[in-house]
Design a binder for this molecule. Structure first.
Ligand code: AMP
Ligand code: MN
Ligand code: MN
Ligand code: MN
Length: 274
């Protein structure tokens, strides 16, 4: 059974429409699909309508940027009510920062000779949403870098010219918005944060205290070792298991929607609690 609980459309930093996401899910023979755009609920109604036409189970999701101490992390909300005022209002806060940050990124890149960066990145988005992915893709299209990891390393992370410290909502607020909207709060891609295992465990233990429900244990290219490591963390802190490709659909990315390593999740699989 193919299940994908982490995907992006052009209502954040993906390329496809929500309808096209559902089409992909049908072609990939997914039984369950969730759309989890960054800080955005805008694609959910279209995706749900399309999923109903195809008779595929659709789970309303969102991937929310959050600040946890010095770290910027991503918390996925699954099974959320997208009409919930607390959640909608909270996401507006993050999106206000997104717009300001995009202009600051543009100015930073200008300083190293990338002209009109904001305008060029904007033009790569089919919607009002602008993310660092749009800047990164623009830098690749300009022939300045070859691939996404190298752009992030050279231009977008740490103290690089296009890096801006994340002023996202606090993790405890994010978890409470998700719960207000009736969803489950899942830490996205736990092994992708640049922190030691000790710090990661401390963070997950703190997040559990504030109500985190689960963590992703399988993403697109998770190795058996990585899955075992994430599962152990989930078990140690009594958290549910989730999974998803984190599909974005840019032509230079190899992730495919619905294609993640097969895994027998058992009783603690998040789908059993949605
Ligand atoms: P933002 O939410 O605007 O900060 O953009 C973050 C997005 O950039 C993530 O969701 C990823 O899609 C993408 N991203 C971040 N770091 C990398 C990386 N090293 N390689 C490829 N994509 C990345
Ligand atoms: Mn993304
Ligand atoms: Mn993420
Ligand atoms: Mn994602």
């Amino acid at each position: 059974m193919n299940i994908d609980l982490h995907t992006h459309s052009y209502y954040s930093d993906g390329v496809l429409s929500p309808k096209e996401i559902i089409n992909k899910a049908v072609n990939a023979e997914c039984q369950f699909i969730s759309l989890t755009d960054h800080d955005s609920l805008e694609g959910l109604a279209e995706a749900e309508k399309s999923a109903n036409e195809f008779n595929i189970n659709f789970i309303k999701g969102v991937e929310i940027s959050a600040k946890h101490g010095p770290y910027s992390i991503h918390i996925v909300g699954l099974g959320i009510n997208d009409n919930n005022k607390t959640l909608i209002h909270g996401l507006q806060q993050n999106n206000q920062f997104r717009i300001n940050r995009a202009k600051m990124i543009g100015k930073g890149l200008q300083k190293v000779g990338i002209e009109n960066a904001y305008k060029k990145a904007r033009s790569l988005s089919k919607t009002k949403y602008i993310t660092r992915t749009h800047f990164a893709q623009m830098i690749i299209l300009e022939g300045i870098c070859q691939n996404m990891p190298s752009v992030f390393k050279k231009y977008m992370n740490g103290n690089k010219p296009g890096a801006v410290k994340g002023e996202w909502a606090k993790s405890d607020d994010v978890v409470s918005w998700i719960h207000s909207a009736g969803g489950l709060a899942i830490l996205a891609h736990p092994l992708r944060y640049k922190m030691t295992l000790t710090k990661l465990k401390k963070m997950i233990s703190d997040l559990k205290e504030i109500g985190l429900d689960g963590i992703e244990i399988v993403n697109s290219f998770s190795s058996p070792d990585e899955i075992a490591k994430s599962k152990k963390i989930a078990d140690d802190y009594e958290l549910l298991y989730s999974c998803g490709s984190d599909f974005h659909g840019w032509p230079n990315q190899s992730i495919e929607l619905g294609k993640i390593p097969l895994y027998d999740y058992g009783k603690k699989f998040v789908l059993n609690y949605l």
